[in-house]
Design a protein around this ligand. Structure first.
Ligand code: ZN
Length: 105
């Protein structure tokens, strides 16, 4: 059973949850607006809430390039500020935090 909790107009990472679209395989799907590029994308409520999906697919791909993550990790090791890294790569600071957490765990 899908739970119809109200996510409308709430922000999850880089996604603004909008209208409920449909329920597929018990997953409630929301139309979301990507705050990085302004595109609309459909995301399941559980991926939104868990943070598995943080932006639209193209922005998600953009921020998870292995080469880019390697550069970000070496900058973190050199002691570069997270805000500077985010600015340089044109990504959200939350992405840098995630990479940092993954690299240091
Ligand atoms: Zn996007």
């Amino acid at each position: 059973m899908a739970v119809m909790d109200d996510l409308t107009n709430k922000i999850f990472n880089n996604l603004l949850a909008m209208e409920y679209v449909e329920t597929k395989n018990t997953h409630a799907i929301r139309e979301c607006k990507c705050l990085l590029c302004g595109k609309f994308t459909n995301v399941t409520a559980s991926n939104l809430k868990s943070g598995n999906t943080k932006s639209c697919a193209s922005c998600g791909q953009k921020v998870t390039t292995p080469e880019m993550e390697k550069d970000i990790v070496s900058m973190l090791i050199e002691g570069e500020k997270i805000s500077n890294i985010a600015k340089q790569f044109n990504i959200d600071r939350s992405v840098v935090y995630r990479i940092k957490k993954e690299a240091l765990s």
